[in-house]
Write a protein that binds this ligand. Structure first.
Ligand code: SAM
Ligand code: SF4
Length: 375
């Protein structure tokens, strides 16, 4: 297949997803990078990821912190720990934080998030113009009034992946009960959008039972939902989950990596001015996975600022806990592009691409989706 044959309708997307020709895949990534630069420039924006708790009321069949996993050691960060992580993100001029965790709807947890959002907004920052940190929440499905309470407190982006836009596949990877309803998930996304959140979504890539048609439909779902930001990434197995234990086949690491990069590239062509995250799950499959994602058209990286002792317990999938982000870039990073000398951490080592200008870093900026702003 040649790049000139590519069409962005369902059949064209399927053909591109199924194409294994390395020359086509490379040309596609280069074109996506070009389109990104044309529409939103070379900047990568940083979101310090705070994994607030691995306690979850749900039981998704693929997830290592599902409630049914008795091998998972549970934790919940204190308010002081969350604030210390946010301060670290501010000090490192990440511009924004993401608070992510298991899904809980008890009022103690909801009020805690409300207090934290307000407290983070009140922190002093080193961002441009002293702007407070931008806040993304990723805490699952919540009643409308809870979303409103958190929005009013000052959070403005919410990430709720649809996981798969195909209701049949969604059912295969979730327990069959009302708590894990596809329709409820769609409703929550609609609620967020109507309320004025920058509502991001996404799906896992390379799941058992998933076809090229499903992946094409995921891309078309993002377009139809008019999502301002997408956080999608490869499925990575966790050995303690029912999905892995079922023995259901899924593509090997190298194929999931290629698919993850290709989905970013195709999405960039479909939606040139949205924010696309280069997922941590890519880094598990390649030591520079997130950098490759940026070169394939993504523009967001989420360095992890969770305290290390708890970070290792947020084991959504195997090998995730081996990843580290630079613990001290502020002191080490001097000068325009803030590259640590000899730093081994992926976010610092966006490699030669930082030095040659293919990638620049929007330190201290919110980096909201241009697509959202233009609506
Ligand atoms: N509980 C919230 C939710 O599910 O929306 C937010 C936290 S949840 C851990 C964040 C994301 O982790 C999910 O949307 C899911 O796509 C991803 N995830 C969970 N298990 C995974 C796995 N085995 N491989 C890749 N991604 C996974
Ligand atoms: Fe809970 Fe989210 Fe994991 Fe599902 S994906 S079990 S809701 S943390």
């Amino acid at each position: 297949m040649n790049l000139s044959d590519l069409t962005l309708d369902r059949d064209g997307l399927i053909a591109a997803i199924e194409c294994t020709d390395p020359a086509f895949n490379e040309a596609l990534r280069q074109e996506a990078y070009r389109v990104k630069v044309e529409h939103i420039g070379t900047n990568v924006y940083l979101r310090g990821l705070i994994e607030i708790s691995n306690i979850c009321a749900k039981n998704c069949l693929y997830c290592g912190i599902r409630s049914g996993n008795t091998a998972c050691q549970r934790y919940e960060l204190s308010e002081e720990e969350v604030l210390a992580s946010a301060k670290r993100a501010a000090l490192q001029r990440y511009g924004s934080v993401v608070i992510q965790g298991g899904e809980r709807t008890d009022s103690a947890f909801i009020k805690k998030i409300t207090r934290l959002v307000k407290a983070i907004k009140a922190l002093e920052t080193k961002s441009d113009g002293g702007r407070p940190l931008g806040i993304t929440l990723s805490l699952g499905e919540q009643p409308r009034e809870v979303y409103q309470e958190w929005f009013d407190a000052g959070a403005h982006r919410y990430l709720l992946r649809i996981e798969s836009s195909n209701p049949d596949l969604y059912r295969k990877i979730h327990p069959q009960d009302a708590r894990h309803s596809y329709d409820r998930r769609i409703q929550a996304l609609q609620d967020l959008k109507e309320m004025g959140w920058q509502a991001g979504t996404g799906a896992m890539i390379g799941l058992p039972y998933q076809t090229a048609g499903d992946m094409a439909d995921d891309l078309l779902f993002y377009k139809q939902f008019d999502a301002p930001m997408i956080g999608m990434g490869p499925y990575n197995p966790n050995d303690e989950t029912p999905l892995t234990l079922s023995g259901a086949a899924y593509p090997p690491d190298d194929v999931r990596l290629q698919l993850g990069l290709k989905m970013i590239a195709l999405l960039r062509l479909l939606m040139p001015d949205i924010n696309i995250a280069s997922a941590t799950a890519l880094e598990v499959l390649h030591p520079r996975g997130r950098e490759l994602g940026i070169l394939a058209g993504a523009n967001i990286i989420m360095p992890n600022v969770t305290p290390e002792e708890q970070m290792v317990k947020y084991n959504l999938y195997d090998r995730k806990t081996l990843l580290r982000d630079c613990p001290n870039p502020d002191e080490a990073h001097k000068g325009e592009n803030h590259i640590c000398k000899n730093c081994v951490f992926p976010f610092c080592t966006l490699g030669d691409n930082l030095k040659n200008g293919k990638i620049t870093v929007g330190f201290g900026q919110w980096g909201d989706s241009k697509h959202f702003q233009s609506h």
